[in-house]
Design a protein. Structure first.
Length: 336
């Protein structure tokens, strides 16, 4: 690791006992999910992010799976025809530039599944399962080698692969192979419906959660309702923390700027086009997170979905940029 990374890493993974059954983390990652740009960064993009108090970002290259029930996976880490920010050169340049601003990185490869999402990937027979894991191992090992070569301090070995994570032995083999080529910290990003059932957390360094927990059943709930929603979900997380004695990162969390943002936070903006917009609701959802989950001793970091380098804006959308939610994020990030 370079000297800048050693400095950035000091204290981040120091974990101390808290009472008899929980842990506390010395320092939290304050992050966003960085959107890979079409063209090289100009410079001010990272300065704008740094001004919010953020000190971390995740980078997301993609592999592709044409069908959720077939084992073939395609990827190309060196394909320069893709968006610059998702290419090997773009990932390295973004990492180097962000490190100069004191911003840490997590490399978080995703699978894009045609007509579905990664949580529905499931093979029909054992032969296909073995082939899928062979292909996935090749995919994630390529990015593990990239992360090692670029000295990226954290790698996410999988995201929302809910039907596959039931296969504990196969995942332990993948993680063991990754450790042979990558020396940084490892995390898996489990869906909020999945994290309680994952049995290989002890093979990793963090418990990762895609934290799109529903917080209310109604439009425009108030802050008290939203905090109550969090308080119903936090004990489930703490049960896993007690079992594995490991810290938690919210590898993704986000809310659209719509009145129904807290009901089903995972719903894509395209499905909310007829929904009434509300910056206030999005901002309240951010505040509820910071007033509850963020304060937990076991919380090691958060990555808000999502952040456009060029400040892209559409309505509705998840990004807090230029909205009341950005002010809330800045308030809490700068306070710590």
């Amino acid at each position: 690791m370079s000297s800048v990374l050693v400095i950035l890493g000091l204290g981040l993974w120091a974990i101390f006992p808290l009472q008899a059954d929980l842990i506390t983390v010395a320092e939290k990652w304050k992050g966003v999910c960085w959107v890979g740009s079409r063209s090289p960064l100009l410079g001010p993009e990272l300065e704008a992010l740094k001004a919010t108090g953020a000190d971390a970002l995740s980078q997301t290259p993609f592999g592709w799976q044409s069908e959720k029930n077939t084992p073939e996976i395609s990827w190309d880490t060196h394909n320069q025809n893709k968006w610059w920010g998702e290419s090997s050169d773009g990932i390295k340049a973004t990492f180097d530039s962000s490190a100069r601003h004191g911003i840490m990185n997590m490399l978080k490869p995703h699978l894009w599944v045609r007509g579905s999402w990664p949580g529905e990937i499931e093979m029909k027979n054992e032969e296909d399962w073995q082939l899928w894991f062979k292909n996935y191992e090749g995919f994630i090992l390529d990015y593990a080698r990239m992360a090692e070569a670029h000295q990226i301090p954290m790698l996410c070995v999988g995201t929302e692969l809910e039907m596959t994570s039931e296969r504990e032995a196969d995942w332990r083999k993948v993680i063991a192979e990754v450790r042979k080529v990558y020396s940084g910290k490892l995390i898996y990003a489990a869906n909020f419906t999945e994290f309680e059932h994952v049995k290989f957390w002890d093979a990793l360094d963090y418990i990762g959660i895609q934290a799109y927990f529903p917080l209310s059943t109604k439009n425009n709930p108030d802050l008290s309702d939203l905090k109550s929603g969090w308080n119903k979900n936090l004990p489930k997380i703490e049960k896993v923390v007690r079992k594995y004695q490991m810290p938690v990162m919210f590898t993704e969390i986000g809310y659209c700027n719509t009145v129904d943002a807290a009901k089903e936070p995972w719903v894509w903006p395209n499905e909310r086009r007829e929904t009434e917009l509300s910056e206030e609701m999005q901002a309240l959802c951010y505040e509820a997170f910071f007033e509850t989950a963020w304060k937990k001793s076991w919380m090691a970091g958060v990555f808000f979905w999502k952040w456009y380098p060029e400040g892209k804006h559409r309505d509705p959308d998840f990004t807090p940029q230029g909205k009341m939610a950005e002010q809330v994020m800045q308030k809490y990030f700068l306070a710590d």
